[in-house]
Design a protein. Sequence first.
Lengths: 315, 264
Amino acid sequence: MEAAVHTSGLRRTYSRRHRDPVVALDDLTMTIGQNEIHGLLGPNGAGKTTLVQILSTVLLPSAGTARVLGHDVVADTRAVRSLVGLVLGGDRGLYDRLTARRNLRFWGALHKLDTRTARRRADALLERVGLAGRADDRVETFSRGMRQRLHLARGLLHEPRVLFLDEPTSGLDPVAAGAFRRLVLELRAEGRTFLLATHDMDEAAALCDRVTLIDRGRMLLTGDPARVGRFLGDRECVDFTHPDPALTEALALLPDVSDVERRDGTGWRVHTAGRDGTRRVLAWLLERDVLTARRGEPTLEEVYLRTVGDRGMRV
Amino acid sequence: MRHVLRIVRESLILGFAEMGAVYTWRTWTFGWLMRLLCQATFYALLGRYVGDEATMRYVLVGNIVVLACLESTIVVISLAGERRTGTLPLLAIAPSGHLPVYLGRGLQWTVTGLTSASVAWLVLPPLLGVPLPWPRAGYAMPVIVLILVSSYGYGCALAGVALRLRGVEWLVLNFAYGIIMTFGGVNVPVGVWPGPLRVAAQALPVVHGLEAVRGILGGASTGHIMSLLGTEALVGAGWYAVAALSMDRLVAVGRRDGTLGYAG
């Protein structure tokens, strides 16, 4: 079966005046199967939104190829646009002064739906996302969760086969986020494919068949959410500077320390076993007058490099 | 074609809904419309002060007709709003293409522009003691509609610039309107300006249409009027072409440099 999404060597850079260009995506090769919910995980600035924008034809790649259901996002833009739905997160992307129903009819017209079809689908989708009772209220009166459901309804209006959700539950309360996730699972059961860009590991664990972890535009690992979750749980370290290597040798013997690495000159990074371990290591260093010690976060890439061997994740 | 009309209709509904955020019918009538009537009156009285009754009539007619242009160029603000609402990238990838909706997003201002200019046309001349010659003044109304249409194209073209430069929509709107007020033959004839400016002014909307209005009021020949109307329509078409190119370029450049999603 043809992949829902396939990228090969995908690269995107943003040029900046008088400065080096920013690499948002770097040689990204990934495949998403049909009827899959695929999570795209990574910190802010990892390249998640850039990938979603390229796949939904909002943005052109700098190099490489991206295909949606076999259609190239650059050469066959029109076909791709009819197959995909883009669901933005947050407050933007809706017309506040229009009612929910009018918002959907507006976008129905833009999707070339005839009047009758646009009305029928708008009514059905409002019912489905639980907004039928507020269909004729202005969007400006909606809560964040209601807006998010309307975003999803808008994205579904032209019945796309692949949906790109860009941080759809960002800022939602747990009840609203849970309702939104149930809706996504229902839609998947109808045969749709989802690419869900998020930095919420819980959301990925609850929804996704597979997740891909990206950082600084590069794919670090892909696999099932439970395994990736264990990686993220281990992200603890302490950074400090000290001129005497003997101190780090003593530090390395502590039970909470899994590894000590030299960063540069007198700089050191201690990898610890969880938050309690970090606390004990910080206390140990402070007792020895190492006042530069502070809790740090290894890059996702470091986490991957340290763990890929024994956890067997595939890049 | 049918779907384009549907987009225009939905855009009009959206436009009036957005207008409702700024005006009620009372604030529009007693705030905005009164402001426009006062503006035209101010210039007309200035014309009377520096000249005679004929000068006053000249300035009054110019300032009434230009109201149609003033309002229709507010499309610059409506279109720039697409960045703030975050809908610009969604419009850019809509299967209908972005042009119909971009060109339809400020149509509500053509409706209010026609209303303002019509009210001013009916009320101000008798009020200021320079009544227009009826029924000839009535024949000028369709010309005002033509000016409105060509000015809207001018506004759409400049909206493309405002969307690209971001955050300059009010500057662009006032610049666009200021150019028309200064060089469009509203207060002083275009012929007053030095050669190059006079030539450049021929590319502005309003110029030929306003001359046609004055021709109608002055009893000029039908052939002359038709020629002026044809030129106004041609100028308008030119601005629509510039608008289409400008918005195509906005989307093409935005997809290339990643600026479509910027909030502005």
